[in-house]
Design a protein around this ligand. Structure first.
Ligand code: EPU
Length: 461
């Protein structure tokens, strides 16, 4: 990509947004066996806030995003926006002002520095093609939970008229004749590919029809953001989305929806440690499927006006069968923390992972801690199930209850890592966890929250 000047003044702001994140210590010693009790506040969803930040690039005027969590994925998107001349400032904690008045080409080095740190940069393609006529995408990152290809993204961009070239620098995408509306059917209702289409189609000429779209609540919230900006987007009951292209979009003011994955993680932490946690900011509607499973396992919850209380009511937990799925199914991000609680349930639980082909690596550490978990790498055939079988699915069979004992763990990915923290808190003895910075990709102030809940731990460099 051609180089031109980047507004260096913005870097101070990006650094300030990142600051509380980069100070994080990377190791934790947990002394387990103590129930977590108290209150945690859950803020905006990682998987909405980062996408809404990208949407700001489509506007002529500044956007204001509220309830933005202080997590490192937000820091990566801030740096990426900064590299393209979007001024990102934070007048107060949790609020970002994103000003796209001076969008310009970035230095390759700035983009390359972000290689491997997140998958969000792929979503910059549509907005960059509209604003600059080209996009350069570095090698992507994100959690190592399978191949995580981007073929749906690239096919959709080609359908809009983009030309994709793979070079030694990364993927270079151009749109010599601009982007035009397209008819697209996704092979699978991918969250990211649906967002790619939404962010590309709003300013494309003509109408786009997207079949087999994902309709996760975070996607509906992104659609709300785009509608505030001036987009015309219709969601049909059949998972088909129509986007009527418009000439320009204005900045938005929006409060990010709450983080469902963080809420479910704390709920499972309450159950696994025999505790009682009020998750302020959690809402029932977006957690209906999770709450059903929580109840079947034997967890108790009380939906209140400003949050949901989750607790272990005493007595034995029950084994369950769960299939992860796209919304409104049981989210793939909910299974890892829940599995820790399932190690304490009576009987044989089965968790079918149908979204990613490799999301049970974290169970190795739980097995070392005494859990009885068998992972079937090709899934399990003969079970009663609602979710259609996928080629690359896996299953974990968890037989409980088994007491957990402390061990040393290297955190492998975001959700698996959080489940390791929960397991260490539930286990007797002292566990040492390293690679803690991965947790910070998606859990805001998690060490402070653990301390508030009465966890016994120390942080180390
Ligand atoms: N897929 C392809 N080709 C593509 C895109 C996806 O084959 O071009 C496959 C994936 O390999 C996977 C399936 O489709 O097997 C679903 O992937 P999807 O695109 O839906 O996931 P994503 O957009 O990459 C987002 C979240 C994930 C969350 C999933 C599912 C973000 C940044 N990430 O990923 O969140 O698990 O949707 O809901 O929004 C997390 O927060 O820890 C996390 C991994």
């Amino acid at each position: 990509m051609a180089e031109s000047s980047v507004a260096g003044a913005h870097l101070d702001d990006a650094d300030r947004v990142m600051q509380p994140i980069t100070r994080l210590q990377d190791r934790m010693v947990i002394r387990g066996g103590k129930p977590l009790r108290g209150r945690v506040d859950v803020r905006g969803a990682k998987n909405l806030a980062t996408k809404a930040m990208v949407a700001a690039l489509l506007a002529d005027t500044p956007s204001v995003l509220r309830d933005v969590p202080q997590i490192s994925d937000v820091g990566v998107v801030t740096r990426m926006l900064d590299a393209y001349g979007v001024a990102v400032t934070s007048p107060e904690e949790g609020v970002l002002v994103l000003d796209p008045a001076n969008v310009e080409r970035a230095h390759f080095a700035q983009i390359d520095a972000l290689a491997g740190s997140s998958r969000i940069p792929i979503l910059f393609c549509g907005p960059l093609l509209h604003r600059l006529g080209e996009a350069l995408i570095p090698d992507l990152g994100g959690c190592r939970i399978g191949d995580r290809p981007i073929d749906f993204h690239l096919d959709a961009l080609r359908a809009f008229g983009a030309v994709v070239d793979k070079s030694y620098e990364g993927i270079r995408i151009t749109a010599p004749d601009g982007l035009h509306g397209a008819n697209i059917e996704l092979p699978y209702p991918s969250v990211g590919a649906t967002e790619q289409v939404l962010l590309s189609a709003t300013l494309a000429s003509g109408v786009t029809e997207l079949k087999n779209a994902a309709i996760e609540p975070e996607i509906m919230d992104l659609i709300a953001v785009l509608q505030k900006m001036g987009a015309i987007i219709t969601v049909e009951p059949s998972r088909t989305i129509f986007i009527e292209g418009v000439d320009h979009l204005s900045g938005y003011t929006h409060r990010a929806m709450f983080d469902r994955n963080e809420a479910a993680s704390w709920a499972s932490a309450a159950l696994a440690t025999g505790g009682d946690i009020f998750v302020a900011g959690a809402k029932q509607q977006e957690l209906l499927t999770f709450l059903n499973v929580y109840r079947k396992v034997g967890g108790a919850f009380d939906v209140q006006e400003d949050g949901i209380r989750f607790w272990h009511p005493g007595g034995p937990l029950r084994a369950v069968q769960v299939e992860t799925d796209v919304h409104p199914g049981f989210m793939t991000d909910w299974q890892q923390p829940l599995i820790v609680a399932l190690t304490q349930a009576e009987g044989v639980s089965i968790v079918h992972e149908t979204v990613y082909e490799n999301r049970f690596g974290f169970t190795d550490a739980l097995i070392e801690m005494g859990a009885n978990i068998v992972v079937h790498k090709d899934g399990i055939e003969s079970v009663t199930r609602r979710v259609p079988r996928r080629k690359l699915e896996q299953a974990a069979v968890v037989t409980g209850p088994t007491p957990l004992h402390a061990t040393d763990m290297v955190i492998p990915d975001l959700r698996g890592g959080f489940s390791h923290i929960i397991a260490a808190l539930a286990a007797e003895g002292e566990s040492r966890l390293s690679n803690l910075s991965l947790i910070n990709r998606g859990y805001e102030h998690f060490a402070d929250k653990l301390a508030d809940l009465g966890a016994d731990f120390t942080l180390e460099d």
